[in-house]
Ligand binder design. Structure first.
Ligand code: PEP
Ligand code: MG
Length: 587
């Protein structure tokens, strides 16, 4: 097999060499795979078994649906069974395609159902066009039986596996077994998609947005995944393997040199203290933040309590998670961000009616303010936990003052309830907000009078300022925090916060980029919140620069009018300061 290399987005650092496990079960992306003539009968048997298993499953679904929704509504599952056993339109064409073209059952199923869906889609009868969804449903069920569900295939992975998929959900990513899975690469996704964030949280090297990797990779092939540079090489030759093994060693030595830094203070060369804190998704990560040299948690993404479980977390689940994190931090601050569900962070079970524009839809604080019992429950648990150690509360995606006031009002209400029941909590709990939409950034002055702190979320601020979906690999080249418009917003928010004497931090992923961090320091930020793995190299940067030098660099960067010029200039400056962090880096 020839070597093929694929460029994607470097979203979680690390270089690994392993064998490909291909997870492709999306009807629209099944690639054509030949089987040998001798393997054709086995392929047909596999197809027949999948039809039989899907039918049994659908009969059970029909029975339970009949009990819950009544005969009429449940009939749809009988329709699915009938479609699947229709010889003329389905089973015969699939078998004949496997035989004549010598292809996998998955491919034949996807083709035959795909053609059927096309016919329905172009029909003038609306009753037919709605059938397209039924076909997709059916296809997913059959493909699940043919290839195995993603979860169970992952659970059965061998050692030294590199997962290749069109996409992975954040919860699937969080469940990856680190003892066996070395890294993963996907065709979809952007740098700040939550799958990427989870990969960083779990220290799994990852490349996303490769676009054509699933098509090119074969199950079991050797692959190199370079999460530092955003590159995946399938079937590498001997020379490439030797070159990457040397890089892995070079990397190991650099990481080793950083480990000495964890107990040293995070101070610039001219003595200004820079607070380096961690972003976490799970309470277990709090201890890791400290061990990497962080001094607290600047962002705890609590929506993962929802994303990791089918059932909604109870007040006790929330409380236990916060207790675990606050105790692990041993007196260091824990900033709990209230639930930020919606957009790309939705569980299947909560995805009732898909929205046309989910990133502009019912997400985050909006979602919470429309689901008050759920929001109250979280605030209650969070306040109870505030009796155990220093906790701050932070509201996400605030776009207007009225929204902030409603959230604060609810918090006060919950405080009164607790006080009435004599349940202890921190009455002076600090209340902050994320600045992650232009409306909040432009109104920073007004907001600063009503909160105790700001945290700038560049992941969203970039997407909303530049109108670039943060998860869309097709326009990933347009997604950059270096855009002058984004920088001006950050500069102004920081100025307003200083003027009103409230602390301001940056907790977007770009705070971990050395060149961007250099600029943030120059713009006046003194707290950076990043994945714990990024803390050591940031500390190295902090200890190598003077504030005045950063300010000069920021002034110069702000004088450029294009993101390319700014990015190039900052890269040159950062490279001069810590050349070893940029060794071999091309992008
Ligand atoms: C952000 O938007 O920058 C942020 C930190 O929040 P999240 O990535 O969870 O949306
Ligand atoms: Mg955000």
């Amino acid at each position: 097999m020839p070597l093929s290399s694929h460029r994607g987005l470097a979203v979680s650092p690390g270089i690994v060499i392993g064998r490909v496990l291909l997870l492709e079960d999306d009807i629209h992306r099944i690639t054509k795979r030949q089987v040998s003539t001798a393997a054709v009968p086995a392929e047909i048997v596999r197809f027949e078994r999948a039809v039989k298993d899907s039918t049994t499953e659908l009969q059970a679904v029909f029975e339970s649906a009949r009990k819950e929704m009544g005969e009429e509504a449940a009939k749809i599952f009988l329709v699915h069974i009938a479609m699947m056993s229709d010889r003329r339109t389905f089973t015969a064409p699939v078998k004949s395609m496997i035989e004549s073209e010598e292809v996998t059952a998955e491919y034949a199923v996807s083709q035959v159902l795909g053609q059927l869906a096309e016919k329905f889609r172009h029909s003038r009868e609306s009753a037919f066009t709605t059938k397209v969804n039924d076909i997709d449903d059916l296809a997913n069920r059959l493909l699940g039986h043919l290839s195995g569900r993603k979860e169970s295939r992952l659970a059965k992975a061998d050692k030294d596996t590199i997962v290749v998929a069109s996409d992975l959900t954040p919860s699937l990513t969080a469940g990856l077994d680190r003892k066996k899975i070395l890294g993963f690469a996907t065709d979809l996704g952007g740098r700040t998609s939550h799958t990427a964030i989870v990969a960083r949280a779990l220290n799994i090297p990852a490349v996303v947005g490769c676009q054509d990797l699933v098509r090119a990779a074969t199950e079991g092939a050797t692959a190199i995944l370079d999460g530092d540079h955003g590159m995946v090489i399938v079937n590498p030759d001997a020379a490439t393997l030797t070159q990457y093994k040397a890089r892995i060693e070079q990397r190991r030595l650099f990481q080793l040199s950083l480990s000495d830094l964890s107990n040293l203070p995070s101070k610039t060369a001219d003595g200004t203290e820079i607070e380096l804190v961690g972003n976490i998704e799970f309470p277990e990560q709090a201890a890791e933040v400290l061990s990497m040299g962080g001094t607290g948690v600047g962002l705890y993404r609590t929506e993962y309590l929802y994303l990791m479980n089918q059932a909604e977390p109870t007040e006790r689940d929330h409380f236990q998670a916060y207790k675990k994190a606050v105790e692990a931090l041993k007196g260091r601050p824990l900033t709990i961000r209230t639930v930020d569900l919606g957009a790309d962070k939705m569980t299947q079970s909560r995805q009732d009616t898909p929205e046309r524009n989910p990133f502009l839809g019912n997400r985050s604080i909006r979602y919470c303010l429309r689901n008050l019992p759920m929001f109250r429950l979280q605030l209650r648990a969070l306040l109870r936990a505030s009796a155990l150690g220093p906790i701050k509360v932070m509201f996400p995606l605030v776009t207007s003052l009225s929204e902030l006031r409603r959230a604060r009002h609810l918090l006060n209400d919950v405080m009164e309830d607790l006080a009435e029941d004599s349940i202890p909590f921190d009455e002076k709990i600090q209340v902050g907000m994320m600045v992650e939409v232009p409306s909040a950034a432009l109104m920073a002055d007004a907001f600063a009078r009503e909160v105790d702190f700001f945290s700038i979320g560049t992941n969203d601020l970039v997407q909303y300022t530049l109108a670039v979906d943060r998860t869309n690999e097709r326009i990933a080249d347009l997604y950059t925090p270096m855009h002058p418009a984004v920088l001006r917003l950050i500069r102004d928010v920081t100025r307003m916060a200083r003027r009103r004497k409230i602390p301001v931090s940056c907790c977007g992923e770009s705070a971990a980029d050395l060149e961007f961090a250099l600029l943030l320091l120059g713009l006046g930020l003194r707290t950076l919140s990043v994945s714990s793995s990024a803390i050591p190299s940031l500390k190295r940067l902090v200890r190598s620069v003077k504030v005045e030098q950063c300010e000069r660099i920021a002034r110069q960067a702000m004088a450029f009018d294009s993101e390319q010029a700014i990015a190039g200039y900052l890269r040159d400056q950062a490279r001069k300061i810590i050349p070893e962090a940029f060794d071999g880096r091309t992008a």
